[in-house]
Design a protein around this ligand. Structure first.
Ligand code: NAD
Length: 274
């Protein structure tokens, strides 16, 4: 089965990698309407299946053979697993770089036609906070982590051009219950808006490889989704309701990278191994 035509029809089986993570735990619940069965996978411990609409399959994304088995029998993949913060290149390599290759290669071999890739704003983190960019702006990764997501997006383009596997790469901003600082007033993505965006990413036909910025309807957004209008994503939430609370925090100095760059603190992480 490829993607289904209408949002009313659940997929038979969706795979969610990173299911033990912060977003994985949220999506485990919020994606239930879209699948008869969700296969939940992670290298870390996952809470047991609550009913026969969940399957728990532990897997290390760095293990090609294990990922091949993991993907068998699924209709679409939500790839959220991997290292989600800045680490040394060696730590990023297995989970994120080899991992994304293993996911696409398994998708190809098992005939899976749709991947939703949890990309990141850190593929463009070295743009300044007074710049507005879109999906065609050259990438400016701010970290080895951002580089791995940039590589994942190239992998998605290649697997579409070569094998017709479609991907929506969601450059997630900051998806947490609330924005935690001033930067996140621009980058915040509510869990409700994330779920809506993933629903659109799963069901919209003919997406090729579409890159979409994952932010809520925030007042001072830095990202223009003009190249993702096909998805019909219409965020419902805004960080504005948290402004007073967030602005009670001290203002970072004018030369602090967290105030200058879209990627914030990731722009000054490392170096590693000196
Ligand atoms: N939360 C955000 O605001 C945000 C922003 C941008 C991108 N993202 C991306 O969304 C995804 C989920 O983010 P999160 O906040 O839930 O991160 P998280 O770190 O809480 O979850 C990631 C999960 O991946 C798992 N993982 C790590 N290495 C693995 C491996 N080798 N094999 C299998 N699983 C492995 C971890 O155990 C973890 O449970 C990540 O890919 C992250 O890069 C998140």
């Amino acid at each position: 089965m490829t993607t289904t035509a209408t949002a009313q029809t659940p997929f038979n089986r969706l795979l969610l990698t990173g299911a033990a993570g912060g977003l994985g735990k949220v999506l485990r619940e919020s994606l239930r309407p879209y699948a008869n069965v969700i296969r939940l996978s992670d290298i870390a411990d996952i809470a047991p299946a609550i009913d026969d609409r969940e399957e728990v399959v532990p897997c290390d994304l760095a293990d090609k053979h294990a990922v091949h088995q993991l993907v068998e029998g699924v209709d679409a993949i939500l790839h959220f697993g991997g290292v989600s913060v800045e680490r040394s290149f060696e730590e990023i390599l297995g989970a994120n770089i080899c991992g994304v290759f293993h996911i696409y290669e398994a998708a190809r071999r098992h005939g899976v036609k749709r991947v939703i890739f949890a990309s990141s704003n850190h593929v463009i983190g070295f743009y300044k906070q007074d710049e507005v960019i879109d999906a065609h702006s050259p990438r400016r990764p701010d970290s080895y982590y951002g580089l791995s997501k940039s590589y994942g997006e190239d992998m998605a383009t290649f697997y579409f051009d070569r094998y017709g596997i479609e991907t929506v790469s969601v450059r997630i901003g900051s998806s947490f219950p609330e924005p935690q600082n001033r930067r996140m007033m621009s980058t915040w993505l509510s869990f409700g808006d994330l779920t809506q965006l993933l629903e659109r990413a799963l069901y919209t036909p003919n997406v090729g490889h579409t890159v979409v910025y994952g932010a809520s309807d925030n007042k001072d957004v830095w990202w223009d989704n003009r190249y993702a209008t096909v998805l019909g994503y219409a965020p419902q939430d805004s960080s504005e309701v948290f402004r007073e609370k967030v602005e009670a925090q001290p203002l970072p100095a004018a030369d602090d990278p967290v105030r200058i760059y879209q990627g914030g603190a990731f722009c000054v992480a490392g170096p590693f191994g000196d």
